[in-house]
Design a protein around this ligand. Structure first.
Ligand code: FES
Length: 140
């Protein structure tokens, strides 16, 4: 039986390491799309919140997830989740604006960005008013 010289063993180890490296790269090629697929979240089903409250004209009502406004045309609801990094924003009644306590983004009462760092407007939710029952249905 013949033994391999030392320089030949070194070449073999290099080949093995190279093969393992390319095997690792190849498996990443398949694993990465799979991980992207697993992180995929199905869109949420719309949730309807029923509020039996009375809001005077020009008034508002604060809920944990949104603020409901009422004017002489129609009611509207604006999300309280900041579009920058998701902090819960506060409604400042005197200025009628939303302020984020985390990085001080500001939004109008319609949810429009007044100043950043947030770049996207706050989501608005569909509101249905049932006059006879003094009820608001907010679909989020
Ligand atoms: S999370 Fe609201 S401004 Fe950053």
């Amino acid at each position: 039986m013949t033994t391999l010289p030392d320089y030949h063993k070194a070449t073999t180890k290099r080949e093995i390491l190279t093969r393992r490296f390319f095997l690792f790269l190849t498996s990443l090629t398949f694993i990465y799309p799979l991980l992207c697929f697993l992180r995929y979240k199905a869109p949420k089903k719309p949730k309807t919140v029923k509020l039996q409250i009375e809001i005077k004209l020009g008034g508002y009502h604060i809920e944990p997830d949104f603020v409901l406004f009422e004017n002489n045309r129609q009611p509207w609801a604006v999300s309280r989740k900041c579009t920058h990094l998701g902090c819960t924003i506060q409604f400042r009644e005197q200025k009628r604006i939303f302020e984020c306590p985390c990085h001080e983004s500001r939004f109008s009462d319609q949810g429009v960005v007044l100043n950043g760092p947030a770049k996207r407007n706050l989501p608005k939710y569909r509101v249905e008013k049932l006059e006879e029952q003094k009820t608001y249905l907010v679909t989020m």
